[in-house]
Design a protein. Structure first.
Length: 695
């Protein structure tokens, strides 16, 4: 068990009664059609069922008693009659139905959809039911994705390094493409399809212009060919200055005719290589990347030029709103300031891609104020699965709870209930386009994600992009059962660990609304003291603002007034330091060290309490995990055990460094009963990590 099989392990069902039931209801499979997607489905069902049921299942050409019938109205003449035409009408092009029916005197499990890919999704869902030991006698499931574009963004460079990647080098081996098609590519596509991911951006947002040259397009096309049967479209990150760098033009001005023409021709060429190419992801005028503002144009000018080039081919532009420049304006406010005025100015095939929070993938952020502020523009939500600011691939953190916190946050755009999720899925404004992106945590390490539990974040992202109403406990349940075991004690303990893990990390890293106090550049470990960065807004001291009076960033009307970017109802929740929820307090307020918290403790005491509880909770996780010995394979058990020991060491490091540093402002003792830090502050400040990964 090296983790390579992810959640698609298909091991023999170890509950005998259930196995008997499954075997009697699944005696044959009837799938017709000859597309590559049908072949992929057939193969997955054959392998999956053979593994789960411990016997090979025959493929038949007509529905039979106790068989699975999978297909579309086009491939299977009775499908409509079996599930009902009306039901199919609600499924769109990707939704599926799984239903137990009695048809022509036969007991049948139907997996139906309007397209082959929809049926493939249904097939994976059916295998998930068996892997999670569900009863299959009376199935009646209809599942339709809420969001259209469910995409992984790879920050993978053409030399196979991965920006903020902690799981080895890129799985995309550009050197041997297009001739060598690594097994990883197919297994990557299977894993994605199994959770409904339907797009992959192959290269880093800090893009190389080379990606659009014929040599690389040919390589990208080879990947697209592998992914296509699984319903996955390929997208590319582009560099805005490509017309200059590889096109020989003097400018990349989006209003320049020659530039527009260059992109049109480029798009035409791309579609010759990849007929179903998804489109472009663009980081422009952000962290030094070129963009339309280099020519005095707006983000809309830039996005629209690319959108026009893609329109004839039905491609989309995912234009990122991650922008902030060196200025006196609070970094929190800058994306909103630049983008809100552009609402209504984008072509209909442009999505503006917004990170979950206003700063940058912190352990906890309030939702980005652009959600709810650009009603005329489809906003694509960007989460980060790779744990850039959350302990890399060595800390066990289940991100589903972080995702849900953002998705369920209410923007009040159209009154109560306009959650981020319903803005993103397009339902609040009736947008035709909608999307969610996850910055991938995948590399070529044998288990894909480095930390065995990193897989859960990939899994949770896919499941939530498909259906943001799923809850984290359900997702953890599914993932554990498929990835490890159905053992109830294991399930119970590990699910609890997973569900608490995010809050625990927040406690030992950035409690009470602290943010961006990690090591400079690489973001490894604590460095709240750091103030030597090239830009003020890259420095931890910019974000925590600790002084003799207190700590925190005043973003109320007496401070940067970033709060004003939210709806009045949201402002009302956060604007008073006495009623603001503790978890966001230092995001919005500079409060005194003696500020009374909801617990009755002072802020200083609460800060210590959080740091100490956080680190202690990692010991609890270790203890809980140790009790699981023998319930799963030794290999993964030991792996996680060793990683938890690192996590504990680092949690204590975070705690000690932060408490000692903030103490230099609070001038108060670490409350009685807490163990004193092992070293003096100077020791923690002296630690350097020139070779921290991922940067
Ligand atoms: C930050 C990363 C940086 C990325 C940037 C982005 O530190 O490496 O390039 O985001 O999203 O989180 O563009």
């Amino acid at each position: 068990e090296d983790g390579y099989r992810l959640w698609l392990r298909y091991d023999l069902v170890n509950d005998n009664a259930l196995l008997k039931q499954y075997r009697s209801s699944i005696q044959a499979i009837n799938i017709n059609g000859n597309t590559s997607t049908v072949a992929a489905l057939q193969k997955e069902l054959n392998t999956g069922l053979q593994g789960l049921l411990g016997e090979s299942i025959s493929n038949i050409s007509q529905p039979a008693n106790n068989s699975i019938v999978a297909g579309t109205p086009a491939t299977m003449k009775d499908i409509k009659a079996m599930v009902g035409a009306d039901a199919l009408n609600t499924c769109g092009s990707e939704g599926f139905i799984i239903k137990t029916v009695h048809f022509n005197n036969k007991n049948i499990i139907v997996i139906a959809g309007n397209t082959d890919v929809a049926v493939l999704y249904g097939g994976y869902h059916f295998l998930r039911l068996l892997q999670t030991h569900q009863h299959i006698q009376d199935l009646n499931i209809t599942s339709v994705p809420k969001v259209k574009l469910r995409v992984l963004d790879h920050w993978d460079n053409l030399n196979r390094t991965v920006e903020r990647g902690y799981a080895g080098i890129s799985i995309f081996d550009w050197q041997t493409l297009p001739d060598y098609l690594d097994k990883h590519y197919t297994d990557y596509a299977r894993a994605n399809a199994s959770i409904g991911i339907n797009g992959s951006v192959l290269n880093n947002v800090n893009a190389s212009a080379l990606i659009l040259t014929p040599a690389y397009l040919e390589k990208a096309a080879a990947l697209a060919n592998v992914f296509r049967p699984y319903g996955i479209k390929v997208y590319l990150s582009i560099k805005f200055s490509s017309p200059i760098e590889t096109g020989g033009l003097k400018t990349a001005d989006p209003l320049d005719k020659a530039v527009q023409e260059w992109w049109k021709k480029k798009a035409d060429t791309i579609y010759q290589y990849i007929p179903d190419f998804g489109g472009f992801l663009v980081k422009a005028n952000s962290e030094g990347q070129p963009g339309p503002q280099n020519y005095g144009r707006t983000h809309a000018d830039g996005a629209n030029m690319l959108a026009d080039a893609l329109t004839p081919h039905n491609g989309v532009v995912m234009w990122r709103a991650f922008v902030y420049s060196e200025s006196d304006e609070d970094r929190f406010k800058q994306a909103y300031n630049e983008f809100k005025p552009l609402d209504g100015k984008f072509r209909s095939n442009v999505l503006v891609q917004v990170k979950n929070g206003p700063i940058d993938f912190q352990p906890r952020e309030p939702f980005h104020p652009l959600f709810g502020a650009m009603p005329q523009t489809p906003l694509m939500l960007e989460f980060q699965l790779t744990q850039e600011y959350l302990g890399f691939a060595t800390h066990l953190v289940f991100l589903s709870t972080l995702f849900k916190e953002c998705l369920t946050a209410d923007t009040y755009e159209k009154g109560a209930g306009s959650t981020v999720a319903t803005i993103v899925d397009g339902s609040v404004e009736n947008h035709a386009l909608s999307g969610m992106a996850g910055v991938a945590n995948i590399g070529n390490s044998i288990n894909w994600t480095g930390h065995p539990f990193g897989q859960a974040n990939w899994y949770a992202f896919g499941r939530l992009a498909w259906n943001h109403e799923l809850n984290s406990a359900q997702i953890a349940d599914e993932w554990i059962q498929q990835t490890f075991t159905n053992n109830p004690a294991f399930l119970d303990t590990v699910k609890t660990m997973m569900l608490l893990s995010h809050e625990i990390l927040v406690d030992y890293m950035t409690p009470l609304g602290l943010h961006h106090i990690m090591g400079y550049g690489h973001h490894y470990g604590p460095a709240p003291w750091y103030d030597k960065g090239a830009r003020a807004d890259w420095n931890p001291v910019y974000f925590h603002r600790a002084d003799a009076m207190g700590i925190g960033f005043n973003r109320t009307a007496t401070g940067s007034n970033a709060l004003a970017q939210y709806a009045p109802e949201v402002q009302a929740m956060y604007k008073d330091s006495n009623t603001c929820p503790d978890k966001y307090l230092l995001w919005f307020h500079h409060v005194s060290w003696n500020h009374k918290m909801h617990s009755g403790r002072t802020l200083w005491e609460e800060l210590c309490y959080k740091y100490y509880t956080g680190a202690d909770s990692v010991s609890w996780m270790q203890h809980a995990w140790n009790n699981m010995k023998g319930k799963i394979d030794e290999e993964r058990f030991e792996h996680v055990k060793m990683l938890l020991a690192i996590q504990h060491k680092e949690a204590v490091w975070w705690r000690n460094a932060c408490v000692l540093y903030f103490q230099t402002f609070s001038h108060q003792p670490i409350p009685e009963g807490y163990e004193q830090p092992e070293h003096l502050l100077a020791y923690y400040e002296s630690l350097e990590f020139p070779f921290a990964p991922g940067h």
